[in-house]
Design a protein around this ligand. Structure first.
Ligand SMILES: Cc1cc2nc3c(=O)[nH]c(=O)nc-3n(C[C@H](O)[C@H](O)[C@H](O)COP(=O)(O)OP(=O)(O)OC[C@H]3O[C@@H](n4cnc5c(N)ncnc54)[C@H](O)[C@@H]3O)c2cc1C
Length: 261
């Protein structure tokens, strides 16, 4: 990464004004992924001092600022206490502490990475995103809209709902992306089953959710089989599509058993 102009605004409004004044400017979150690329950046707007590095209890639920790092999600007592700590579990083994001290919520969601553990966990909890220009919207909708390069993701809201939730992934080494990841969440009359790193981005599995809601004997195994049958999987250097499908049934069933226990 090489940039010619570097700004460190002290508020979101200031950052937004800079983006307006410098079309093509690139937002820097943790910078971990931006740095990997060879792209030439004329203007960088670093959100480090913009006041978005928080985890707090808000009026509508738990609020994660866009500059909250994975390390904060891993160690913060509010995040640990929310939905059986599933958000913390999703990030706590990614690479190493130094990396988790850098990588941010905003950079992860704007990056829309297929392998992302955090995206899978947040989708299972009906998270909403807050954008400076576009306002609030469900995370699922955010992923179906074209990203506006001039907008700023300011944070995530996790609704105050009593989810029971569980996390499972298969990751061969701490330095690698997951072969597959899954988050399962249930509460009165609702179930969420999300599978990511397929290697595509995390998506909900309607049939698996229906199997969990139907309940009864073997509901967890039925949910696993349903997720494996309904989702699309792909091949990459980590695993074949066939392996991922097999794995999906096992991981979803294990996570489902945990939330139903
Ligand atoms: C070596 C390495 C290994 C990794 N391994 C894993 C892994 O195993 N599992 C996993 O889940 N993740 C993994 N990640 C991804 C990581 O967890 C983050 O998702 C990624 O680094 C992006 O976060 P960042 O803060 O570094 O974003 P940045 O690199 O700063 O930004 C990413 C993109 O988002 C934009 N952006 C940043 N913040 C905002 C904002 N607030 N509003 C709007 N746009 C914004 C930037 O302009 C850029 O386009 C890995 C990353 C690296 C570098």
């Amino acid at each position: 990464m090489a940039e010619q102009q570097y700004f460190k605004p002290r508020s979101v409004d200031e950052a937004s004004a800079l983006l307006g004044d410098h079309p093509g400017a690139v937002i820097i979150g943790g910078g971990a992924y931006v740095r990997l690329g060879s792209r030439k950046i004329t203007t960088a707007v670093d959100l480090f001092d913009a006041g978005l590095d928080y985890v707090r209890a808000g009026a509508d639920g738990l609020e994660l600022g866009a500059m909250a790092t994975f390390r904060m999600l891993e160690t913060d007592s509010l995040v640990n206490g929310y939905a059986d700590g599933v958000v913390s579990r999703s990030v706590e083994r990614i690479v190493g502490v130094q990396m988790r001290n850098i990588t941010t919520v905003g950079g992860t969601l704007y990056g829309r990475y297929g392998f992302s553990n955090l995206i899978t966990a947040l989708l299972a909890l009906d998270a909403e995103v807050a954008l400076h220009r576009a306002g609030r919207m469900p995370l699922e909708r955010f992923f179906t809209t074209k990203p506006d390069p001039g907008d700023i993701l300011t944070g995530v809201i996790l609704p105050d709902l009593p989810w029971r939730a569980a996390w499972r992934d298969l990751t061969r080494t701490v330095n690698d992306y997951a072969v597959l990841n899954t988050a399962v969440a249930v509460r009165e009359g609702q179930a969420r089953v999300v599978v990511g790193a397929r290697p595509g981005r995390g998506v909900r599995c309607a049939e698996a959710e229906a199997a969990l809601l139907a309940g009864g004997e073997g509901a967890a195994d039925k949910a696993g089989r349903a997720a494996a049958a309904e989702l699309e999987f792909g091949d990459d250097v980590r695993a074949s599509a066939a392996y991922r499908r097999e794995l999906c049934g096992t991981l979803v069933a294990r996570a489902a058993r945990e939330v139903l226990s």
